[in-house]
Design a protein around this ligand. Structure first.
Ligand SMILES: CC(C)c1ccc(C(=O)O)c(O)c1O
Ligand SMILES: [Fe+2]
Length: 299
């Protein structure tokens, strides 16, 4: 079994590189990291050198990266995945540099999601310079699409150390690889894709301030603010350019004692299984109604 130690990054193709970077930095609040690769931009949220990379080209996710414990663990993972009949590719030096990792391998999960494993992800000792006061504390989780979440769980829990924390019926499987309720989720979708990328924020105040900011900026709010009954976090989903969905969340349970936790199954048919507050889903962009200045009285 391969032990994933953490999530590392998402790489996504974008037709409009400048537009994607502008949104991720000026709207989401991520720091743009210097890049000497033409057509490639890196963004940073936390101590990771970067966790989101945009590559000029066809729109859509390229790969999702995880770390393992080191070079030996990576070599063992390579052997194990090949034993399972998966086609595993060794990343080259330039690829590793672009990913901010020491070395990596790549393969497709059974649904076609491109997954990469790295021996180590480089950290940056420089303080993160978020572009606005979004309150982002870390890259929290990534969520992939797959047509069968139970089949996906079979793969992630037998090949890897992922354990289910909770199910939302046949619609979503929330998995942990450490005490955090989930760092990897699979959402039922027609085909392999990135469902969303999550950034944790520091406080409820940050989340609500971000909500008002996004609405003011005309950003499409997909759902929220609401509260997931599963992790217990307060969330806000919103859509960036080229259909990349972002999630801000605050809070979220830790599962410290595996033996004391029984995964729960929430009924997918009940809206409260996703949002206990039963807020609206996918409203179109809301224009905030600013209070009108009261005209001075004339006599
Ligand atoms: C609907 C998606 C897959 C989902 C469900 C629950 C949580 C949570 O408990 O925090 C998420 O973060 C989700 O993205
Ligand atoms: Fe999420």
């Amino acid at each position: 079994m391969i032990t994933l130690t953490d999530i590392a990054y998402v790489r996504s193709g974008v037709e409009d590189l400048q537009g994607a970077v502008r949104f991720a930095s000026e709207i989401v609040g991520l720091e743009v990291v210097d890049s000497d690769e033409p057509g490639v931009a890196h963004l940073r949220a936390d101590a990771r050198g970067h966790c989101l990379t945009f590559v000029q080209g066809r729109s859509g996710v390229i790969s999702s990266g995880f770390t393992v414990a080191g070079p030996e663990a990576l070599a063992e993972a390579e052997t194990e995945l090949e034993k399972q009949g998966l086609l595993v590719e060794r990343g080259d030096r330039a690829g590793a540099r672009s990913r901010g990792v020491s070395e990596y391998i790549a393969f497709d999960d059974p649904f076609g999601n491109r997954v990469e494993l790295a021996a180590a992800q480089f950290r940056s000792a420089d303080p993160v310079r978020l572009t606005r006061g979004a309150g982002i504390t870390e890259f929290g989780h990534l969520c992939l699409d797959a047509p069968d979440v139970h089949e996906a769980y079979r793969f992630w829990s037998t090949t890897f150390n992922a354990r289910v924390s909770d199910w939302v019926g046949d619609g979503a499987c929330l998995m942990r690889i450490d005490p955090v309720h989930h760092k990897l989720a699979v959402f039922r979708g027609e085909e392999a894709a990135l469902c969303h990328i999550n950034f944790q924020v520091d406080s409820l105040d940050d989340l609500m301030r971000n909500w008002h900011f996004l609405v003011d900026q005309g950003v499409e709010i997909v759902m929220g603010p609401g509260r997931h009954p599963t992790s217990g976090s307060v969330f806000l989903y919103f859509r960036g350019p080229e259909n990349l969905t972002y999630e801000y969340a605050v809070g979220g349970r830790l599962i410290e004692d595996d033996s004391a936790w029984t995964p729960r199954v929430f009924d997918l048919e009940q809206p409260s299984s996703i949002d206990m507050w039963r807020g609206p889903v996918a409203p179109t962009t809301r224009q905030r109604q600013l209070p009108q200045t009261v005209p001075a009285a004339t006599s």
